[in-house]
Design a protein around this ligand. Sequence first.
Ligand SMILES: NC(=O)c1ccc[n+]([C@@H]2O[C@H](COP(=O)([O-])OP(=O)(O)OC[C@H]3O[C@@H](n4cnc5c(N)ncnc54)[C@H](O)[C@@H]3O)[C@@H](O)[C@H]2O)c1
Length: 346
Amino acid sequence: MKKIVTLPGDGIGPEIMEAALNILEVASVGKFDYQIEEHAIGGDAIDSKGHPFPEITREACLKSDAILLGAIGGPKWEQAENTPEMGLLQMRKALGLFSNLRPIQLNETLINRSPLKAEIVKGTDMLIVRELTGGLYFGEPKWEQEDEALDTTHYTRKEVERIIHLAFQQAQNRKKHLTSVDKANVLSTSRLWRRIVNEIAPQYPDVRVEHLYIDAASMKLVTNPTDFDVVVTANLFGDILSDEASVITGSLGMMPSASLNEDGLGLYEPIHGSAPDIAGKNLANPMSMIYSITMMLRTSFEEFALAEKIEKAAETVMARGVMSKDMGGNESTESFTQAVITELRK
Ligand SMILES: NC(=O)c1ccc[n+]([C@@H]2O[C@H](COP(=O)([O-])OP(=O)(O)OC[C@H]3O[C@@H](n4cnc5c(N)ncnc54)[C@H](O)[C@@H]3O)[C@@H](O)[C@H]2O)c1
């Protein structure tokens, strides 16, 4: 029996979590045995436990087989001493979630929602692998004075090696093309990064390796998105590049991500935030959470057939035009979820 810790969080987090878990429950009968343990995170945890990432949540996550997170944050906690967003960073560090995997796949039914021309975006299918616990966001020293401030970018060989190996392994299971993105013409951390990619590359002879500077990669992402398969990059570049890549598909409410640690523990979550503007209105698109669950089923549990079954049901429903408002449809969170459940039961 697999133990899944769920962290619904704030805003639309609990709504899409409930919808996606209802779908998992129906789809997994007789196929996949699991138990759910729910814990608080983010603003919800500040209100109930006085901290955005409480000790009890940390312990439960570390004892779990996989973690599902809804979303955190909202105007209510913006001035908190320890904000929900800080709780998220603390969680990544505490669980050793050093990698973030973000698949960017264009759904052909929704091709006209892309801000790019259909002929440019057609066939887009990439995976962005971002280093998550090093680099500029965590480097010390960092300080801020009235007229001067300092941040530090720091990477160790170990930090770079583990993310590069992971990226090569992902490329081996996909189209065997790895693009490493850096700024090696200016930054010494990037030169270390590039050296390590080249050192490791001979261990994966079936993978074609390409290096791109971050500025060139940002341009190529919108002019030739189909040229990419797996993209690996450092924390700051990955943060920006993965957001840029995710808008290509025109569907923020459909995008999942996975964060993995060295022991293979995975946290799966939508890429979007808590959407306070639509929270509590039964308007949220639960697809991002549904895809987070199918990513969990494949990555943490190797339940490929079950993941396929859930995605096929949801995509069949969407192909009929049954979609939430953000995708141009008329469905509420609940009615869309019900349509997927009905499809699963056919
Ligand atoms: N990992 C996370 O939990 C995470 C990530 C990003 C932002 N945040 C936090 O979320 C809060 C809100 O941030 P924001 O408004 O800038 O970004 P957001 O991603 O929450 O929302 C941006 C826009 O997309 C829409 N949207 C997002 N998800 C949707 C869905 N599933 N269905 C339909 N529409 C959807 C929202 O309604 C909004 O108009 C902030 O407190 C921010 O710090 C959290």
